[in-house]
Design a protein around this ligand. Structure first.
Ligand code: DP6
Length: 304
């Protein structure tokens, strides 16, 4: 039987991947560090069969990008039969939560298994990267680092009981895709400067993780988030992902004085990172005004 189902988490980057030195191979200019998210997942079933007369992908998903990725894996396996891909997110597709990381991680694990490719975790991560850069970080467990061609776990999920309280501030607006944004990164006069600051930032983040110091940790993630958005906003054409509510959420968190810190990807939603003990207070502060999803650190992509 050539059928398999996998589930994969989305991930939130603490040190962001922004800019690719090789767009086709999706090789990043800088290392990135992330945490897998327990509540934001994609579940994907991949089936190959000589009974199928055409390739098929669930409605509402980018069939061309998905089938391009399946083609890579089909080539590796030397198999030409048609595929049916059925995929589902645990979060509303319209919520502006980037689904390419969980999507391509789940697709890679399911397709590799259906094709009997027998890949190692490292190989799966490298393959997922070709679908979407950040997807390589959704393969290993817990807290993950991506340096060059694949990502690896630096701490298991249970290492530090953090929360990512995802504040969904907007549901309709169509964002500029991050793939396009990556391509223009070198037009920002601040791009090179950010790159130079990354090694020290990674060292400080890893030290904060080692001693589990949330304040030190939070200061580093906010610094890199702001730095990446500074680069985005000074690219040509400029990319502004924040909206009024994004700023309101940040202000509310800062005003509360709670040990909770923000980070934002290529969209207006805000991820508030705190320790488990502060989850309730953060949630109470925001839940009347916004839709929120509470994430714990989770394991990486796996078959189900
Ligand atoms: C801002 O992984 O979505 O979320 O490789 O083109 O699929 P592609 O880009 P993608 O970029 C993610 C950018 C980010 C930061 C991050 O997750 O590290």
């Amino acid at each position: 039987m050539m059928k398999a189902t996998a589930i994969a988490p989305a991930n939130i980057a603490f040190i962001k991947y922004w800019g690719r030195k090789d767009a086709k191979l999706r090789l990043a200019y800088n290392s990135s560090i992330s945490m897998n998210l327990s509540a934001c997942t994609t579940t994907t079933t991949v089936e190959f069969s000589s009974d199928f007369i055409e390739d098929q992908v669930s409605e509402g998903f980018d069939a061309r990008r998905i089938l391009n990725h399946v083609d890579r894996l089909r080539k590796l396996a030397g198999i030409h039969t048609h595929v049916h891909v059925t995929t589902q997110n645990s979060f509303p597709t319209s919520a502006g939560i980037a689904s390419s990381a969980s999507g391509f991680a789940a697709l890679t694990v399911a397709a590799a298994s259906a094709l009997h490719l027998n890949c190692s975790e490292k190989e799966l991560s490298g393959l997922a990267r070709l679908g979407s850069g950040s997807a390589c970080r959704s393969i290993p467990d817990g807290f993950v680092q991506w340096d060059d061609t694949f990502a690896y776990s630096i701490h298991p999920p249970e290492y530090w009981d953090l929360r990512d309280i995802l504040v969904i501030v907007e549901s309709q607006a169509k964002d500029v895709s991050s793939s396009k944004g990556h391509d223009m990164v070198t037009t920002s006069p601040h791009f090179q400067k950010r790159l130079e600051r990354i090694p020290d930032r990674i060292a400080r983040l890893k030290e904060a993780m080692k001693v589990k110091n949330i304040q030190m940790f939070g200061e580093v993630i906010e610094e890199d988030c702001l730095d990446m958005h500074h680069v985005m906003q000074t690219q040509v054409p400029p990319l502004f992902y924040w909206n009024k509510q994004t700023k309101q959420v940040i202000d509310a968190i800062k005003k509360s004085g709670l040990p909770a810190y923000f980070t934002i990807d290529a969209g207006p939603n805000v991820h508030i990172i705190c320790e488990a003990k502060d989850e309730k207070e953060v949630v109470n502060l925001l839940r009347t005004k916004y839709k929120i999803m509470v994430n714990k650190p989770s394991k990486g992509a796996h078959l189900i």
